[in-house]
Write a protein that binds this ligand. Structure first.
Ligand code: G3I
Length: 371
């Protein structure tokens, strides 16, 4: 098949009528790729991906984009308990395996998200009715260790970084969330520690990550303080945790980000010896004007400022976006704009055209110090 050169692609314009008639695999993507730019600095770039959705491995236009830009993937939903555990006694690896196979076939690394999302609303509904019996703590421990051992054994040697625990610090109080599992265990600390120890034993070579959404906008003070206290506790107890996953669902808004406070937070995290990852980058644009050009410029400026700061920390190597293109983003459903316009928080638009945010990410990699 004839492949367009970059120049030809640009002359044509990826969104033009003629471009729309071209076979999907000749989608014109700006060169060099984001992963190549990241690699030049000892970093990696990647994205969340689905199994059976528009932003998934079933969409060849989307996968052309993934192959062109990414070196790293994460399953958006398919490795969560809700997907893997239809019942207490069954595992369903259909979606997870499909994504793993896709990653292997295409030479892409895959992160594991997640082994324990410690919020009741994001755990399978059957937990509510589950009978933990008289020996509650040991039953809860058995459920958790069976889950982690099964997942880690299945992807042994293939998944080298896990979000072992996701979002257990409550943003409103900074305290740890309680779930059916943690109550049965006796404490959230005991549950979380068991999760990390089990992952370390079953996947000794994998990077073990605590992943959360504390951010740099005002209003995150309690969440950040809670995460720091949690990370300190993990160190004091000798819990094996290698890194903090900073989700990075940024919010474009009038109030200025708390840059100084954010730096102190990251300094404290790295000071405790944790590595950093950006695990779910995108920009919530509800407060920006509807006008595309203005909105895209605002999103890109915010993204660039944030990534420049984050990339100055050489403890940060992996950067993942939470989906590459606007139409498939969780933001469309979870954070719709009041004016009804589609959100534009991803790097590419609904016609897979690169937006200023893609250029901002590229520029941030180019400006980053080498690892
Ligand atoms: O697949 C089912 C479908 O069969 C069913 O008909 C439909 C009805 O609601 O639901 C579908 O599942 C939805 C799933 O996304 C796949 O689209 C779930 O309801 C919905 O809750 C789920 O939302 C995901 C959410 O996490 C909760 O798991 C979002 O896609 C996903 O982007 C979001 O990702 C989270 C990260 O894991 C953690 N950090 C925050 C981030 C954004 O919220």
């Amino acid at each position: 098949m004839t492949t367009l050169t970059r120049r030809e692609g640009l002359v044509l314009g990826a969104g033009s009528a003629l471009a729309a008639m071209l076979p999907e695999s000749v989608w014109a993507e700006p060169a060099p790729s984001l992963h190549a730019l990241a690699q030049a600095k000892g970093m990696r770039f990647g994205s969340a991906i689905a199994a059976n959705a528009g932003g998934g491995i079933v969409n060849s236009r989307y996968t052309a984009l993934i192959k062109a830009e990414c070196g790293l993937l994460v399953a958006e939903n398919e490795m969560k308990w809700q997907a893997l555990r239809p019942s207490p006694t069954h595992f369903d690896f259909t979606g997870a395996d499909a994504i793993m196979d896709y990653a292997m076939r295409n030479g892409l690394a895959l992160r594991g998200h997640n082994l324990l999302w410690n919020r009741p609303q994001w755990q399978p509904a059957w937990f509510k009715e589950y009978d933990f019996g008289v020996q509650q703590a040991s039953e809860a421990a058995a459920l958790l260790t069976t889950h982690i051992n099964t997942v880690c054994a299945r992807y042994q040697g293939r998944i080298k970084s896990y979000d072992v625990v996701n979002e257990t610090v409550l943003p409103e109080t900074g305290l740890l969330a309680e779930t059916y599992l943690s109550k049965a265990m006796g404490s959230t600390e005991a549950l979380v520690d068991l999760a990390f120890h089990t992952a370390r034993a079953e996947a000794p070579d994998a990077q073990l990550v605590y992943n959360d959404y504390m951010s740099w906008e005002p209003g995150n003070e309690t969440h950040r303080a809670g995460v720091l206290k949690f990370l300190e506790g993990l160190r004091q107890r000798g819990t094996p945790v290698d890194a903090l996953g900073i989700q990075s669902h940024l919010i474009a808004q009038d109030a200025r980000p708390q840059e100084r406070e954010w730096r102190s937070f990251i300094d404290a995290v790295t000071g405790m010896g944790y590595a950093l990852l950006i695990t779910e980058f995108d920009v919530r644009d509800s407060a920006l004007p509807k006008d595309f050009a203005k909105r895209d410029a605002g999103v890109a400026a915010l993204g660039k400022a944030y990534l420049d700061m984050m990339f100055s920390y050489t403890q940060l190597r992996d950067v993942l976006v939470w989906g590459m293109a606007d139409p498939f983003s969780w933001l469309q459903g979870f954070e719709p704009r009041k004016d009804g316009a589609p959100t534009r928080g991803c790097l590419l638009d609904d016609a897979y055209r690169a937006k200023p945010l893609r250029a901002a990410v590229a520029a941030a990699f180019e400006a980053a110090p080498k690892r």
